[in-house]
Design a protein around this ligand. Structure first.
Ligand SMILES: CC(C)(COP(=O)(O)OP(=O)(O)OC[C@H]1O[C@@H](n2cnc3c(N)ncnc32)[C@H](O)[C@@H]1OP(=O)(O)O)[C@@H](O)C(=O)NCCC(=O)NCCS
Length: 162
């Protein structure tokens, strides 16, 4: 186990709003995580339009982020990403629990997200959080060879659900 991972096991974890000043670090994490990353402009737009943009800190280091839109009774989880050296320690689950609770408290009845079927880590995470596949968006994602479908997942947000 790397020393960073050993430290994270005992790290204090906090979720706080993302600020403009966080965007360069967020973009670095995004570029390292995805073959087709969001641009810096997309993150700035998410902040500007008032999406729920949060970062997760482990011992004050920015370790990842989550972005969600809410409206018309639905929450859409748009991005959840954890820096490679902080993975496998429950941080993505913490971010998702936070976002779903926030959506539920805002009166949303259900949450949706898209995931690449090839992204097994994310698919396991979402399934373990109660998401179920409700559809497919054909050719939704860029891929090395052409396009890749997205699985559309949904979870109900019952008043007493976590
Ligand atoms: C997917 C991702 C967010 C998971 O972050 P993480 O902090 O490592 O996840 P957690 O430690 O909270 O793990 C929660 C659950 O996710 C699943 N999971 C995480 N990593 C996994 C892996 N490598 N293989 C299989 N399942 C995995 C497991 O169900 C795990 O639960 P468990 O620990 O009880 O088995 C992270 O790998 C990541 O940022 N990937 C790149 C960006 C991305 O693909 N985001 C999702 C876009 S839809």
């Amino acid at each position: 186990m790397s020393s960073v991972k050993q430290e994270v096991e005992s790290a204090s974890v906090a979720i706080r709003p993302m600020h403009e000043l966080d965007v360069p670090v967020v973009v670095d994490i995004e570029r390292a995580a995805y073959q087709f990353p969001w641009s810096e402009g997309i993150f700035r737009d998410c902040l500007r339009v008032g999406y729920v943009c949060r970062v997760v800190e482990a011992d004050s280091a920015l370790a990842g982020y989550g972005i969600m839109s809410v409206g018309a009774g639905e929450a859409h989880i748009l991005n959840v990403c954890i820096a490679d050296e902080y993975r496998g320690r429950g941080l993505a689950r913490r971010v998702l629990v936070y976002l779903l609770e926030r959506a539920r408290a805002s009166g949303m009845h259900e949450a949706f997200l898209e995931v690449r079927p090839s992204n097994t880590a994310a698919a396991h995470l979402y399934k373990s959080m109660g998401f179920e596949q409700v559809g497919v968006r054909r050719g939704y994602y860029q891929a090395a060879a052409g396009r890749e479908d997205a699985a559309v997942l949904r979870r109900l947000l019952l008043p007493d659900a976590k």
